[in-house]
Design a protein around this ligand. Structure first.
Ligand SMILES: [Zn+2]
Length: 449
């Protein structure tokens, strides 16, 4: 049976994973997958929608805490550390309700769509009402995030996060009661009531080895394994976490996770900043992924993680905007390379193709969507178009479009974002949310009120 295309796009230039191809006709099938992809189309076929510029697969934001967007700017006053920043972040979390979180996340996910992001991994831990009492629907907050992604037109993997303790052997503090289900079994029971639907997948997360006692790690890992779901964990972002883990358990966080069955190809360690040689070998040997969040890591003065060594060891790399100090996956991609240049005083650790692969295919795979992140027949019809005629990108050779996108373009150069064949961003405007800056202003203002 011949399946007829719903729609045809003509891509002036398309990044096909290894090179930039001029003149590509791309068909979208009913159901939102890519049908035929025809190169050598010098002019648009009749009826095709024209996308001028460089079209990439949709970008994957593999690590997000949507509410941190409300902190932008305000946390840049004064000095301090990750830990003083965290106190400020906790105060903002106190004001979230399912309604205010929906409004904020819808605006933040719309900002992501404007930046070419088609899929977000939301590392979600604000589960309960202030004080820790569950909402009438114990998943009201997670459902608000899923609804927000749908309203903004992007896909989400809700990485529902187990958060049980303030530190090794310490009960949650008063700020953390909202995050806490009491035990990993209670976490699993609550999360099991969430069902994947439409453009939303459900995954699991362990906040960190600080926040989930060692004897409960395996419960979370088993829940994810039984469902084939992605499992994410903040790993060794801070040396203080490593020191406390060594004192409590006589081993590093990576080793502790390995000993409790947490590592493996469905698992992604977020940050992976302060690792031993043995940790790197362990993450690589288990094919555990690494999600780098360079703009947050530099904002929080975390340090520079050993991403080159992790990848060489066998750990696939993905990227996330995490605290949303900025929402720009192109900036995350180039920052990974540029941080490594500063440290090593040599250039060229990753090619533009490799950086874009982290921002696309490998990021989507880390979120449980291996069918996204490629412009090829059968893949999800999710893509984004970067202008090659903006003040930042003008003059570039089109065949070097990948290098231009990664090393010169920014989120401001995103012209179009298409999810499942549907235009979410057209000519730089969000088709569903409309005025995204106003939506952000209102949502953030409501949290401050
Ligand atoms: Zn995080």
């Amino acid at each position: 049976m011949q399946v007829t295309a719903d729609k045809t796009y003509w891509l002036e230039h398309a990044w096909l994973g290894t090179h930039v191809e001029p003149g590509v006709a791309l068909e979208v099938l009913p159901g939102g997958r890519i049908g035929a992809l025809r190169t050598g189309a010098a002019t648009p076929p009749p009826g095709a929608e024209v996308l001028r510029g460089l079209t990439l697969p949709g970008l994957a934001n593999a690590h997000s805490h949507a509410f941190h967007r409300a902190l932008r700017g305000t946390v840049q006053v004064g000095s301090g550390t990750f830990w003083t920043w965290r106190d400020f972040m906790y105060k903002t979390a106190q004001n979230l309700t399912p309604d205010t979180y929906f409004a904020l996340a819808r605006a933040v996910y719309a900002e992501m769509a404007l930046a070419g992001i088609t899929n977000v991994g939301e590392f979600h831990y604000v589960h309960h009402a202030p004080g820790g009492a569950p909402y009438a629907d114990p998943n009201a907050m997670g459902e608000a995030l899923i609804e927000a992604a749908a309203a903004a037109g992007i896909r989400i993997t809700l990485l529902d996060t187990a958060y049980l303790s303030a530190g090794f052997g310490e009960p949650p503090n008063r700020h953390q009661l909202r995050f806490c289900d009491g035990s990993a079994d209670a976490w699993a029971q609550r999360v099991s009531a969430l069902t994947p639907r439409g453009d939303a997948l459900i995954g699991a997360a362990i906040h960190s080895v600080r926040a989930v006692p060692a004897d409960q790690l395996a419960t979370v890992a088993r829940w994810a394994e039984e469902r084939g779901a992605p499992l994410h964990v903040h790993l060794s972002e801070q040396t203080a976490e490593n020191d406390a883990c060594l004192a409590a358990h006589g081993r590093t966080p990576a080793q502790l996770l390995a000993d409790h069955g947490v590592l493996g190809p469905r698992t992604t360690g977020v940050h992976n900043t302060h690792l031993t040689d043995a940790d790197i070998a362990l993450l690589g040997a288990t094919a555990t992924g690494t999600c780098m969040c360079p703009t947050t890591e530099r904002d929080l003065a975390d340090g520079i993680g050993p991403a080159t060594r992790l990848q060489q060891a066998g750990s696939p790399l993905s990227l996330g905007s995490d605290s949303h100090a900025v929402v720009d996956l192109l900036e995350e991609a180039r920052a990974m390379e540029l941080d490594e240049r500063l440290r090593s005083r040599t250039r060229g650790h990753w090619t533009a193709n490799a950086l874009l692969t982290a921002a696309t295919a490998d990021g989507h795979a880390a979120l449980g969507r291996p069918e996204a992140g490629r412009l090829e027949e059968g893949a999800l019809a999710d893509f984004t178009t970067i202008a090659l005629d903006s003040v930042r990108t003008a003059g570039a050779l089109p065949r070097l479009g990948a290098e231009t996108a990664v090393f010169a373009a920014s989120a401001a150069d995103v012209r179009h974002t298409v999810v499942a064949g549907r235009h979410i961003v057209r000519d730089g405007a969000h088709t569903l949310v409309g005025d995204v800056p106003s939506a952000l202003t209102e949502a953030i203002g409501a949290l401050r009120a």
